[in-house]
Design a protein around this ligand. Structure first.
Ligand code: NAP
Length: 299
């Protein structure tokens, strides 16, 4: 099958390309200098913010299925550059959806737990979004564009994505390991409750949703455990056998441009009942992250 992945140089898209490699004809679309792991895919640079570049690339490839994982993901950066956020997260998703409609291709568009305000999480698929901030609003607009333009479409929401793969971008998870390894303290929000998503686990769920189901609508595809970031950092430290200080901070005491959901998190019962690739519990996810990290060292 001809499968295209946007955001293929990102954490989730890169994992998806690796998992598809050798099984399908893969077009990997991205923009910046990062590249997905070596494999049998074709790489193409195309800007989701350009209005037509990605749509054209998908049409020329004749995509039969598209995993749309490309987005401007810097939440505070979206407040600084709202035009870019809207152009890429909403407009880019429209492009992808238009191409899928024209091609009769199936689409899975990746979205975020940030569509919820975090007043009373964790949230199920049928809870009503209330996005706060440019990133959150532009992603919800992307969800609506995908679902209303592409007839065969699912939206997969994930949360706090992290990857130990070599070349994957730095995240809170990688900072915890790196700082504690250097003997530096780690600051973590004690009042932000969230789900997390190991990129490899999220990618596996998204690809199964794309290729092995005909599910239409929203599906929560994060890992299972909802926890605060201090707990996440402590578990990470334990898994890596790292000692060191984890300093609890409160969101209101830190200057952040975009609002953060506090009682967030995604309920994943639907994915658990539907997919073979089940959302992981936090300890299993951290065990796999630990293995990825070990391979990074060996690479
Ligand atoms: N990261 C999280 O914690 C998180 C949480 C919830 C939901 N999500 C969603 O999960 C999906 C995957 O994100 P991720 O976690 O894999 O983040 P990521 O590593 O930041 O990947 C996003 C990718 O989108 C690409 N991109 C950005 N602007 C682009 C443009 N104008 N044209 C083409 N490509 C562009 C980026 O390319 P460059 O490398 O060139 O910038 C990057 O590779 C996104 O839809 C995101 O909104 C992420």
């Amino acid at each position: 099958m001809r499968v295209a992945v946007t955001g293929a140089n990102g954490m989730l898209g890169g994992e998806a390309v690796a998992q598809l490699s050798g099984r399908h004809e893969v077009l990997a679309l991205g923009l910046g200098p990062g590249r997905p792991p070596e494999g049998s895919h074709r790489w193409l640079e195309a800007d989701l913010g350009d209005g037509q570049a990605v749509e054209r690339a998908l049409s020329e490839f004749g995509a039969q299925a598209v995993l749309h994982a490309g987005a401007v993901t810097d939440v505070d950066g979206c407040e600084r550059e709202p035009d870019l956020a809207w152009r890429v997260n909403a407009g880019g998703t429209q492009q992808v959806a238009r191409a899928c409609r024209a091609l009769g291709a199936r689409l899975v568009a990746v979205s975020t737990d940030y569509v919820f305000d975090g007043a009373a999480g964790p949230y199920g698929e049928d809870d009503v979004p209330n996005p706060r901030g440019v990133y959150a609003r532009s992603k919800l607009a992307g969800e609506w564009a995908a679902l209303s333009i592409a007839p065969d479409c699912a939206v997969a929401r994930v949360a706090v994505v992290y990857s130990g793969r070599a070349g994957a971008r730095p995240t809170f998870a990688t900072q915890v390991v790196e700082k504690l390894s250097r003997g530096e303290p780690v600051k973590a929000f004690v009042d932000q409750w969230t789900s997390t998503t190991l990129a490899a686990s999220g990618a596996a769920m998204c690809l199964e949703l794309l290729l092995d189901t005909g599910y239409r609508g929203v599906l929560h595809a994060s890992d299972e455990t909802v926890l605060d970031r201090v707990d996440f950092a402590r578990r990470m430290a334990r898994r890596f056998g790292l000692e060191g200080e984890i300093v609890s901070v409160r969101t209101a005491d830190v200057k952040l441009l975009a609002p953060r959901p506090l009682r967030g998190g995604l309920r994943v019962e639907r994915a658990k009942g539907m997919l073979r690739n089940r959302p992981l519990g936090i300890e299993e996810a951290l065990a796999r992250f630990h293995v990825e990290w070990g391979r990074r060292g060996a690479a």
